[in-house]
Ligand binder design. Structure first.
Ligand code: GTP
Length: 745
């Protein structure tokens, strides 16, 4: 299609990774932005020369080092480029492995001593303690060797005490225990503590600071042992040995505006790229599927839309590696496009833009690019680094390039996992099946899940009785990035729940029970999210560096003005960060995003939809409604300074629907209304809302039932309302009644 050769294309032709090519270009001082940058022929020649030289350099030395015995330790060559020459894979003739890059340096320096230690002790196991004790200091090493010799010649009565180099402690620790660990007399420790101004006896506990100070005096390194609570396994980050890490397929979510073609795209991808060995299988909707492209697998979550994406994130699960944002070329950027982009950006997931419906005559991809540029998604040809792929999901055009780009981004992200351990992952979907019991589609994120594995999923547990893949085939094991449907759980988990396999079922059960109990406690305590009232406290305690805000307003102009005003606020290094903004009522999706990102929601001349309001109460999301820009900024600023005036706050007492309009001369417009919720009182203030937008705010002029003035009208009753100095009321409008109420603190 294009004549230009891009970095990633060159890399692919050369059987190299884009990273390697970029690294060479960097060393040659050739300025390129990224893997999408174009390489001209001069650049190609330079890179090729460089590789050639590198190979020449590597070869003789590789031979040399091959002849050298005892060469498991790297020779200290100034550049070190030869040391792995003989281990090089023929497929990748390139520098990152051959020449000393930053990684190599890392490998060279800190490891210098360790392997030597290990080697020594391997040969002379019986005297290991001597070497461990002194191994790292060459001078002492000699002494130690001397000692060792004497030790071999005649048995020593007094064993050489091994000086402590490092201790691992968990606090609290008593003085006595500390002394024992340091192999010192307690009295000595007590004395040292006294010098530090700490009066302690042998049974008293000392904190980490004191332990570190004391240990430092003896030249001993302290490591704090963190007690791992396996019931909270989501929090545990298990480190994998880098050698065991293997490339894993990327997990992709497709998002975009309604009708822009998400479902069509997901279907098209699935049908054109069925995994070779699975062709002919019966596709099953299990919430995710895997395809194969150029012998590489890609996993797609096939519940399109960002609700699923954000719901998962709100539950602490990050499953998506790449987001494809679908934008219809004939329609351009729409509210949900913006929302989807914000969701992906908030989760720091790389974005690929698929400009869909290119087959339509009215398709205008340039306009789409222009609009997306305003959202910081700039195509490469305009100097940015966002990948845009024109496609037609309907005709199946451009899908190859899209797949290629997915694999390219995946390569840049270096997605890896360790298949060789007990599986962990996330629930994508779950349901109760009449015949099979609880059924869950899970995505394995690390490790390998096997039939028979004892597993904890969310707050439930079980044993994996059977696994089915997205083609309806029974499988025995599933590695990283594989979606599978499992049965065998005691209860139905929730989408977004994380799972972990344990060694035995008893442990799994105990952990699941402990988790369920914790959950109950948590619900009772109802943890509070950030609310403006407690914001100052959290800033003071250093818990907050940025105040996340979701901003909804009646018109784009207000959104922009508010954004500018809010982003200027800075108090004690804490700033406001608008993570999403838009025009229109506050929706459930805004609340979910707020909950997931610990944000507060600001509504400017707009209201929350009823379900959104309910969800906000449930999720404890703080919604602030305003009509004057100054009030918004003042409130936020005051809250950040701890000066929020907490005394009065508005309380909505009722919602009334206007069902009929009567225009009466002299009186004005009478709104024949129905109280849907709560009540309305004669002295309440009211707000007139049309399609989620506040049209007017004021006082009630008259409140009547039939012909009589009344003080209040309750839910389920009809009434007539006139609003002071305001007549533009229409059928279908909502009147919200509210009072100002003192807030008790
Ligand atoms: N001409 C043309 N039409 C397309 C293309 N992709 C999708 N459509 C049509 O656009 C309409 C919407 O497509 P869907 O795939 O249902 O869109 P969606 O984004 O999944 O919509 P929701 O599920 O409602 O959010 C359907 O009528 C598709 O046939 C395309 O590439 N070209």
């Amino acid at each position: 299609m294009t004549q230009k050769l891009r970095v990633y294309e060159y890399a692919r032709n050369q059987n190299m990774t884009s990273k390697e090519v970029l690294e060479i270009l960097k060393r040659l001082d050739i300025d390129v932005r990224n893997h999408m940058s174009v390489m001209d022929s001069e650049m190609v020649t330079k890179v090729e020369d460089y590789i050639k030289k590198l190979k020449q350099k590597a070869e003789p030395k590789a031979k040399a080092s091959a002849t050298k015995r005892n060469s498991d330790k790297k020779p200290k060559s100034p550049k070190g480029q030869a040391k792995k020459g003989n281990r090089e894979k023929p497929k990748q003739p390139v520098l990152s492995r051959a020449e000393a890059g930053p990684d190599d340096e890392k490998e060279n320096i800190p490891k210098k001593e360790k392997p030597r230690k290990r080697k020594l002790s391997k040969h002379r196991d019986d005297k290991e303690h001597l070497h461990v004790a002194h191994g790292s200091k060459p001078k002492k090493q000699k002494e130690a060797n001397k000692n060792q010799k004497t030790a071999q010649q005649k048995p020593v009565e007094k064993p050489v005490e091994k000086p402590v180099e490092k201790i691992t402690v968990s606090v609290p620790l008593t003085v006595g225990e500390l002394a024992k660990r340091l192999k010192k007399e307690p009295s000595e420790i007590i004395k040292k503590l006294m010098l530090l101004g700490i009066m302690a006896n042998i049974n008293q506990e000392v904190d980490m600071d004191a332990i570190t100070l004391i240990a430092e005096e003896y030249g001993v390194e302290v490591e704090q042992k963190v007690e791992v609570d396996e019931t909270e396994f989501e929090q545990i980050e298990e480190q994998d040995d880098p050698d065991q890490l293997q490339e894993r397929p990327p997990v992709v979510t497709v998002m975009g505006h309604v009708d822009h073609g998400k479902t069509t795209l997901l279907d098209a991808i699935r049908h054109t790229n069925v995994t070779a060995q699975e062709a002919g299988g019966i596709t099953q909707h299990i919430g995710a599927y895997q395809v194969e492209y150029e012998q590489k697998k890609i996993t797609f979550l096939d519940t399109p839309g960002h609700e699923a994406f954000t719901t998962m994130r709100a539950r602490g699960a990050q499953v998506t590696d790449i987001a494809i944002i679908v934008v219809a070329a004939d329609d351009g950027v729409m509210p949900q496009t913006r929302e989807a982009i914000n969701h992906a950006q908030a989760a720091k997931v790389p974005i690929i833009v698929a400009i869909n419906k290119m087959d339509k005559p009215e398709a205008n991809p340039e306009k789409v690019k222009q609009e997306l540029m305003e959202l910081n998604l700039v195509p490469e040809e305009w100097g940015g680094d966002t990948i845009f792929v024109p496609i037609s999901a309907l005709k199946g055009e451009g899908l190859d390039e899209l797949m290629e780009m997915v694999l390219l981004v995946a390569e840049m992200e270096e997605l890896k996992a360790n298949p060789d351990r007990l599986a962990t992952g996330t629930v994508i979907e779950a349901k109760l099946d009449k015949g099979k019991g609880p059924v869950a589609t899970v995505l394995v994120q690390n490790g390998t899940l096997r039939v028979g594995d004892p597993i904890v999923v969310g707050n439930t547990f079980g044993r994996v009785r059977a696994m089915t893949n997205d083609n309806g085939q029974r499988i025995k094991e599933a590695g990283p990035s594989t979606p599978v449907e499992i049965i065998g759980l005691q209860d139905v988990p929730q989408a977004g729940d994380q799972f972990k396999v344990f060694e035995d079922e008893k442990k799994a059960r105990a952990i699941a029970e402990a988790r369920a109990e914790k959950q109950k406690q948590k619900e009772l305590a109802q943890t509070q999210r950030v609310s403006l009232e407690e914001l100052f406290q959290q800033i003071k305690e250093g818990d907050i560096k940025e105040l996340h805000v979701i901003l909804k307003a009646d018109v784009q102009g207000s959104v922009e003005a508010l954004k500018a005003a809010l982003e200027k606020i800075e108090v004690e290094g804490v700033r406001v960060k608008i993570i999403h903004s838009g025009v229109g009522a506050i929706t459930e999706s805004d609340i979910t995003l707020a909950a997931a990102s610990n944000a507060i929601v600001i509504g400017f001349n707009v209201r929350p939809q009823p379900q959104a309001k309910q969800l906000a109460e449930q999720e404890k999301v703080d919604i602030r409604l305003h009509r004057i820009i100054y009030n918004v900024t003042e409130e936020i600023e005051n809250a950040m300074k701890g000066m929020l005036d907490p005394e009065y706050r508005e309380k909505v007492i009722g919602t009334v629907e206007v069902r009929q309009i009567f225009k009466v001369s002299k009186v004005g417009t009478i709104a024949g209304s129905y109280v849907k919720e709560g009540k309305i009182t004669r002295d309440s203030s009211v707000r007139l809302i049309r399609d989620g937008v506040v049209i007017h705010e004021g006082k009630i002029n008259a409140l009547k039932r039939f012909k009589d003035d009344v003080r209040e009208v309750a839910q389920g009753y009809e009434c007539g309302i006139t609003i002071e100095n305001y007549n533009d009321i229409k059928e279908g409008d909502i009147i919200e009644a509210y009072v100002m109420e003192e807030v008790k603190r």
